[in-house]
Design a protein around this ligand. Sequence first.
Ligand SMILES: Cc1cc2nc3c(=O)[nH]c(=O)nc-3n(C[C@H](O)[C@H](O)[C@H](O)COP(=O)(O)OP(=O)(O)OC[C@H]3O[C@@H](n4cnc5c(N)ncnc54)[C@H](O)[C@@H]3O)c2cc1C
Ligand SMILES: *[C@@H]1O[C@H](CO)[C@@H](O)[C@H](O)[C@H]1NC(C)=O
Ligand SMILES: *[C@@H]1O[C@H](CO)[C@@H](O)[C@H](O)[C@H]1NC(C)=O
Length: 499
Amino acid sequence: MLEMKPLRAIVLVLVVVVGQYASLASAAGPKVIIVGAGMSGISAGKRMAEVGITDFVILEATDRIGGRIHKTKFAGVNVEMGANWVEGVNGDEMNPIWTMANGTGGLNLRTFRSDFDNLARNTYKQEGGLYEEKLVEKIIKRTDEVEESGSKLAGTLHHSGQQDMSVMAMQRLNDHMPNGPSTPVDMVVDYYQHDFEFAEPPRVTSLQNTQPLPTFDNFGDDVYFVGDQRGFESVVYHVARQYLKTDSKSGNIVDPRLKLNTVVREINYFPSGVTVGTEDNKVYRADYVIVSASLGVLQTGLIRFKPQLPSWKIVSIYQFDMAVYTKIFLKFPKRFWPEGPGTEFFLYASERRGYYPVWQQFEKQYPGSDMLLVTVTDDESRRIEQQPDNQTMAEAVEVLRKMFPGKDVPEATEILVPRWWSNRFFKGSFSNWPIGVNRYEYDLIRAPVGRVYFTGEHTSEKYNGYVHGAYLAGIDSADILIKCAKKKMCKYNVKGKHD
Ligand SMILES: Cc1cc2nc3c(=O)[nH]c(=O)nc-3n(C[C@H](O)[C@H](O)[C@H](O)COP(=O)(O)OP(=O)(O)OC[C@H]3O[C@@H](n4cnc5c(N)ncnc54)[C@H](O)[C@@H]3O)c2cc1C
Ligand SMILES: *[C@@H]1O[C@H](CO)[C@@H](O)[C@H](O)[C@H]1NC(C)=O
Ligand SMILES: *[C@@H]1O[C@H](CO)[C@@H](O)[C@H](O)[C@H]1NC(C)=O
């Protein structure tokens, strides 16, 4: 209630500032600069091409398209350093990424439904050996019940966000565990249920905005692992090829409007247009710019905005969270882990929460590759990014030797540690919704500032953090720009906190 007036004032400012630029698009059609060629930037370009806006350039910092969807060769096979699953399948609505990956006329990518039903049989004690299945089953069942009451509770909270609480606060309410789950086995089940999805602990994640999660509520509970040698990035190429010139032999994108190895450092915006300065001292001019760099990048000073972005915009960017999720691949001279039905995923219950917790073996996806994947997040991710890979390898092998005391566990021969957090073009893996940020404040991340538009997974109306979120956000943000450029409707209405 207290905040009503200043918030209304902010909405008004938006409307006025954006509105006065309405009538300036040139008759020949506007020129647009897209910053970033990840899923959202490529999707925004496609949407503009569909309505006849073809005078654009896409400026991409790296030497490739795809952004946080990126395959790399490891131990002789292509594995995914970034996004790996199509999340939200077999529900009421069709996930657009699933349409591309598996649908008729799509890419027919090699995918595998991930089955987590056997975790109770695959949970290892800190000092080795399995927990009794019944015990872990009971913990999982209890956690599911707590989740369910959490979703119900979330539905009763006022949408102003003033009653929002952490997922952990909800756990306390339901389970009366003062510090949340605290034994190693309770912690690893909790980690699997939350951190493995959101890359941050329940202590910092918003209950109201993650339970239930629109991704699974709308698109279905299933997740499909993409194990295709063409890479998950095929979906980005699939969208790009629908409007960017492609070499018919190599399949490479050869469109001159796509400029790789081009790092944007400065965006100047005026009532009459924008200029964009790059690290190699080039200046691009346009009527509009649409920025798809990650939330983590926006939180750094990599791109300077002139004039400075208004404080409502800066606050909305700073108060949202960029999480870190790290997929560590290890190659061994031989296999020593269990194989067969129901063994794909296994958990390590350390007294140190989040210490090499979730493991996956690939007998189905990459047969004969003798490789394991272990996932860490958040503080562990940052710690591991900052240490040499041989240290990480030693830690992971030590954990495996503890898990399998009776087995001859050899040294790993190769390791892959992606460093999304250290990389100045990403600064993390995906956004996560913090406590107390309501939908109104979230919408401000997407809201345009003058002729500067914003897109990216972090601007997705319902699906932040996901590939489908990036894809749909690209369309939505392009539509906001198109409405202004074509119909002179440049007001962007952010709903008030209490609407
Ligand atoms: C490790 C990991 C695991 C994930 N797992 C999944 C999953 O299983 N399922 C799922 O759905 N999602 C997953 N995600 C999330 C998903 O990958 C992202 O939500 C999505 O790819 C983001 O697309 P985007 O276009 O918003 O951003 P990006 O892909 O980051 O695209 C932005 C582009 O902008 C470029 N850029 C940045 N700064 C500049 C600059 N100054 N100048 C020019 N260009 C710049 C970047 O190089 C990048 O190419 C995962 C992400 C990671 C990192
Ligand atoms: C994927 O596509 C195939 C072939 O069209 C189809 O048989 C299958 O049911 C699809 N899978 C899902 C989960 O939709
Ligand atoms: C990692 O390699 C460095 C340099 O070769 C070496 O000094 C260090 O002891 C190694 N660490 C481990 C844990 O093997």
